[in-house]
Design a protein around this ligand. Structure first.
Ligand SMILES: [Zn+2]
Length: 418
């Protein structure tokens, strides 16, 4: 064994230490940054155990990484005997990431540092893919304004993470759900727009990644994330990874039929879960009932203009004790429970996390959903599944792109440029 190793080392030397050895160092650098990113700060001795490398090599590598500003000395560890070792971690200001959540009728933009801390206020635009043909140019301009506001230049942005709704064909990298995005691969469209490394992720799957890295699904291997906002989607965490299906279309949970005699869904089918339990369905129902003269606090909350009713307003009215709003949410909760029972029977998940705007209705829905699940689910299966409401709420998607774009940027720096 030993002989083989020394021969191999010699070969590397003969072939030129500027190639193979540098590749080794580059791989190690990337590995160290990934450890810091996932696990937090470490001493060199701790890195030795994790990377299986010698202290002198790691000391030299940490020197280079710190000089290049990828990492920095965070502090000094306690030690019972002798010298107290330095603690290293990621340098959060090495670069920044712009997270963009593009929806049908609105857009959210937030800038983060490399430790996933927001460095700007959340910017919410009242336009989205369905409401403006110029949405991409608008986003570009708004990002530049936001960068200026927080005193960053485009140079300090390492990459962009973008989420979009609808169907994304992951094999082709295409979205056919919107004419605006259907002409070219998504990576080309957004790559040309921002001229930086980018990743594009499906919105609900990004939220599930957010929960997996930063939220309730952290350290869980089999969890389901149900995104209830204007639509309803499903993110599946299976064996610790995001499941995408054959072409990337998995998780269209909102379009399974719950009522054969129900209403027409925008997808063209009848009685989909979205027509019963989504924000869009509740807003529609609220408008209909108020037009018929139903008395509710919602009317005053939108100053009499029912076109301004949103799911958030219904939830706020329910929290103020508005009986009509509570009944609307309970109706959605009953349908959600029925649909979630199907998921429990299919997947036997450790937990089901309800996220998106509906997570704000936790107080009203959690008891109801748990109780209704008793009615619809086999007891053995139900007992094994936790029902939880997301604490990250809508920021799950904005945060979910961060580890993905971080991974891409590290690959560009350390895999491709060594
Ligand atoms: Zn549908």
């Amino acid at each position: 064994m030993k002989k083989e190793n020394s021969d191999k080392d010699k070969l590397i030397e003969v072939e030129g230490k500027y190639s193979s050895q540098n590749i080794k160092r580059s791989v190690l650098k990337k590995q160290i940054i990934e450890i810091f990113y996932k696990e937090g700060t470490k001493t060199i001795a701790e890195l030795r155990d994790l990377c299986n490398n010698s202290i002198p090599t790691l000391t030299a590598i940490m020197g280079e990484l710190t000089q290049d500003k990828w990492t920095k000395k965070i502090g000094i560890a306690d030690s019972k005997s002798g010298r107290r070792p330095a603690i290293y971690g990621i340098n959060p200001t090495k670069g920044h990431f712009v997270s963009i959540r593009l929806s049908r009728r609105r857009t959210m933009i937030l800038i983060y540092d490399m430790l996933n801390q927001p460095v700007s206020a959340l910017l919410e635009l009242k336009d989205g893919i369905d409401t403006s043909e110029n949405i991409l140019q608008i986003i570009k301009q708004e990002v530049l304004i936001l960068l200026k506001e927080v005193g960053l230049s485009s140079k300090q942005i390492l990459g962009y993470g973008i989420t979009i709704p609808g169907l994304i064909n992951m094999r082709e990298g295409m979205s056919y759900s919107y004419p605006l995005l259907a002409q070219r691969p998504l990576l080309e469209i957004f790559g040309d727009l921002f001229e930086k490394p980018i990743i594009v992720e499906h919105d609900t799957k990004a939220m599930a990644i957010g929960e997996l890295w930063f939220g309730l699904a952290k350290n869980k291997f089999n969890s389901l994330f149900v995104n209830v906002g204007s639509g309803i989607g499903l993110g599946q965490i299976i064996n610790g990874d995001i499941y995408r299906g054959h072409t990337g279309y998995s998780g269209e949970f909102g379009h399974i039929q719950m009522d054969p005699d129900g209403e027409l869904c925008y997808c063209g089918r009848i009685g989909c879960l979205e027509t019963l339990a989504s924000g869009t369905a509740l807003v529609k129902k609220a408008k209909e009932e108020i037009s018929k003269g139903k008395g509710t606090k919602i009317t005053a909350m939108v100053n009499g203009n029912i076109n301004n009713i949103k799911l958030g307003i219904i939830i706020a009215a329910a929290h103020e004790g508005d009986q009509f709003s509570i009944e609307l949410l309970e109706m959605a909760g009953e349908h959600l429970a029925k649909a979630i029972s199907i998921l429990i029977h299919l997947y036997n998940p450790e937990s089901i996390i309800i996220g998106g705007e509906m997570a704000d209705a936790k107080q009203i829905l959690i008891g109801l959903i748990r109780q209704k699940l008793k009615k619809y689910t086999m007891p053995f299966l139900k007992k094994e599944t936790k029902i939880q409401f997301s604490g990250l709420k809508e920021s799950a998607g904005l945060m979910g792109v961060l580890p993905v774009i971080m991974g891409k940027v590290l690959s560009i720096y350390f895999d491709e440029t060594n």
